[in-house]
Design a protein around this ligand. Structure first.
Ligand code: FAD
Length: 390
């Protein structure tokens, strides 16, 4: 039985970030088990570090700065300096600008592959982080201190804190006997990259339509990441539509600001299934990231929320004498509940709120116009809408 220190199962965005945060806060040893063969950090491509883009809020950038990775990450990231939220067919726009907030950027957008390359590179550079891949947990046994894990390779590890970070369909969460609710929203998200005639100049757009949303995130080299979300059939139809059809739709919404769209890349579709574990802490183990809560990507909040969970966890356990102590873990779970509830509720109701037609929809729209006049709520709304609340 080898001592693993902290044992993290899942080397995606959440697991990799937590390993680095724990080490930065003084953890002596971290072991990370990942199911897919994590390739050379120069070419990371795993279920987490795939072809998507992620908008990182200012608070997430601060956490990445603290572990010494921000400067490198920003070399291949586009700043978000303005957020622009609108409703198709109705007047009223909500905008926030970095300079009005007194900050250099509201957030930054980078490709998941690049985020993976930098995070996995940092894991590989730290001798006290032991990455085991490809492998999975075959069985778990509770001990007085934490857990003993037997991996499918036969390797046996003992840990005082087991961290479950193996995604929404987490097999390790199931092994702990922690149930999860999976709610299929009947909606999908479709992501693709394009280049616009008029440079984005750091503006991120979120536009609500009768059917769903279309968001544009600024990227490097003048590109923009497009994220459509809406009913599955409509999104599937877009997945197979000719690029010209998608371009025509984008120009319908954004031509006045961004001109023509060029070179729209191949789209990738993600089903919107909301997952919530019934518990995120049990004696000796915690559940984090997608394994704990999976949100609609409409508001770009999932990883940003997870980073706040991880920072709070690392603060409590990194140098604790007994990191698997139930009181400590329960305190973390309780401390994170309010933020998680607020973000989940906001993400969930964002699109239906603006999709409604009729008097209620108009009332909401008046609210949107009003938001442009009232700085406090406008800022909070727009920042939340783009996942930039930290
Ligand atoms: C279209 C889309 C756009 C998004 N955009 C944003 C955004 O702009 N901003 C934002 O903050 N969030 C965004 N998100 C959310 C973000 O992607 C998630 O918060 C993030 O992926 C969570 O990471 P994770 O490591 O918990 O899970 P995952 O990314 O699911 O990674 C899980 C990892 O565990 C591994 N694994 C699986 N099973 C096992 C096993 N049995 N043993 C060991 N390892 C295992 C997998 O190989 C993988 O590496 C978006 C999500 C989607 C779908």
């Amino acid at each position: 039985m080898s001592p693993a220190g902290f044992l993290i199962v899942g080397g995606g965005m959440a697991g990799a970030a937590l390993a680095l945060l724990l080490r930065h806060r003084g953890a002596e040893r971290v072991t990370l088990v990942e199911a897919v063969d994590l390739p050379d950090p120069d070419q990371p491509l795993s279920p987490s570090f795939d072809a998507r883009r992620t908008a990182l809020a200012a608070g997430t950038l601060d956490a990445l700065d603290e572990i010494g990775l921000l400067d490198e990450l920003l070399t291949q990231a586009a700043d978000i300096t303005t957020v622009h939220v609108s409703r198709a067919g109705r007047p009223g726009v909500t905008r926030i600008r970095a300079h009005e907030e007194g900050v250099a950027r509201l957030g930054a957008v980078m490709e998941n592959r690049w985020l993976g390359r930098v995070l996995l590179g940092a894991l590989a550079a730290d001798d006290a982080i032991h990455v085991i891949a490809p492998d999975r947990v075959a069985s778990l046994q509770r001990t007085p201190e934490g857990y003993n894990a037997t991996l499918e390779s036969g390797l046996e590890l003992s840990t005082s804190l087991l961290v479950v970070a193996d995604g929404a369909q987490s097999a390790t969460r199931d092994k702990l006997g922690i149930a999860a609710h999976h709610e299929d929203t009947g909606e999908d998200a479709l992501v693709a990259n394009g280049v616009t005639e008029v440079p984005h100049q750091g503006t991120a757009y979120e536009r609500f339509t009768d059917e769903g949303t279309v968001a544009l995130l600024p990227m490097t080299e003048g590109r923009m990441a497009v994220v459509w979300s809406g009913p599955r059939a409509a999104i599937q139809a877009r997945e197979t539509a000719a690029p010209q059809t998608l371009i025509a739709e984008l120009e319908h919404h954004f031509y006045s600001r961004l001109g023509r769209f060029h070179r729209l890349g191949a789209p990738a579709r993600y089903p919107l299934i909301l997952t919530r574990a019934v518990a995120q802490a049990v004696p000796g183990a915690v559940v984090v990231g997608n394994a704990a809560h999976t949100l609609s990507p409409v508001a770009a909040q999932g990883f940003n929320l997870t980073v706040r969970d991880l920072v709070a966890l690392a603060d409590r356990v990194a140098t604790a004498e007994a990191p698997g102590d139930w009181a400590l873990l329960r305190d973390w779970e309780r401390a994170r509940a309010r933020d998680q509830w607020a973000v989940a509720t906001f993400s969930r109701h964002l699109t239906p709120l603006f999709r409604q037609r009729g008097p209620l929809g108009h009332a909401r729209q008046l609210g949107l116009v009003g938001l442009d006049l009232s700085p406090g709520p406008r800022h909070l709304f727009a920042r939340r809408a783009m996942g930039l609340v930290s």
